[in-house]
Design a protein around this ligand. Sequence first.
Ligand SMILES: NC(=O)c1ccc[n+]([C@@H]2O[C@H](COP(=O)([O-])OP(=O)(O)OC[C@H]3O[C@@H](n4cnc5c(N)ncnc54)[C@H](O)[C@@H]3O)[C@@H](O)[C@H]2O)c1
Length: 382
Amino acid sequence: MKKFKAGIIGTGYIGPAHIEALRRLGNVEVVAIAEATKEIAKKKARELGVPKSYGTYKELINDEEIDVVHNCTPNHLHYEINCAIIDAGKHVVSEKPLATTVAESADLVRRVRSKGVVHAVNFNYRYYPLVQHAAMMARNNECGRIFAVQGCYMQDWLLYDTDWNWRLEPQFAGKSRAMADIGSHWFDMIQFVLGQRIKRVFADLLTVHEYRKKPVKQVETFAGKTLNASECIPVKIDTEDYGQILIEFANGTKGMVCVSQVSAGRKNHIVFELNGTEKSVWWDQERPNELMLGLRNELNRHMLKDSILLHKEIADYAHYPAGHNEGYPSCVKNFCRNVYRYIDDPSGGVDFSTFDDGHNAVAVIEAIMQSAQTGKWISVEA
Ligand SMILES: NC(=O)c1ccc[n+]([C@@H]2O[C@H](COP(=O)([O-])OP(=O)(O)OC[C@H]3O[C@@H](n4cnc5c(N)ncnc54)[C@H](O)[C@@H]3O)[C@@H](O)[C@H]2O)c1
């Protein structure tokens, strides 16, 4: 197994999750991080045990030792930094959403093709063992013909008007919030499980808080709960807190999903359900080691993650024995494993979410925004 050296740009919430996942692979050394300033970079490198730190992303990209660069910065920097990584001829692992407009994500797809670098987007929910198993069931027609899917992605961390994060400001996050930030995960996961692209959407969006209270000081992701309202200024909010979407897939399968960042009690409730002519299947990210099989004339089945019971093609997505729970950090590890395995030896084919998938998700979000504005079904133009 070849050894690789990686650099991570952005070390807020998700950057350290990439670092931890890479360290669990065994053949990847995280040699450098880059942050918004030299001071932050030095502090974070010390905390994360990374040897080199840079105060600009360009310095990290120009570091000749680095083979693969992970872009873990806020959304508005994805396009610019991904372009710089690709132009330097380095393999690129980007956080989602791939870009904030479909013109940018299409351009990134053109650029990776022309440079021939390996490209990946961290749609990590695909890589849970039982999501992979559900996808195998769908591909093998084990549910019969799947005619409908439902689901949701609901959180509560932006419930109050005092909750604040850069995601609330379109200049950092893009013109969609809940849909681009978390809906994009659901759209990627369901398309992967079904093996079908979304053809068109009908969207109804809601902004619960017309104004929010922005803290005078900067806030890290998910840290808003601890804020004091007296240190804030009012800001008009133009992006959606909540939305419900009707979907039609390329093969005619129907779908509906609810996406929310303001549903009290829901923490990271990403769920899907497949309804087939013989069986249903449903899965909940907060109980990721369980898959429910819904039957009409027999008792329902409750499948627990166990590599012996998983489809053998994907059994290696489980790393620990049955009964030993595997969660969010392990799906990021599986994503990174697949990407670096392909960089090492592409003969096994692409088994990870690429810039094509990232571009598709951006196109789905653009269609949703257009549908919400026009009140019409909108086709996805990827
Ligand atoms: N795949 C997932 O499950 C998942 C989860 C969370 C976030 N994300 C994505 O990851 C990205 C980052 O989100 P987050 O929650 O970690 O945000 P965050 O605000 O916690 O962290 C972003 C980091 O980027 C740094 N940064 C800002 N400008 C920079 C620059 N010019 N150069 C280098 N570093 C810079 C910030 O200082 C901060 O440390 C977002 O695009 C988000 O959508 C993905």
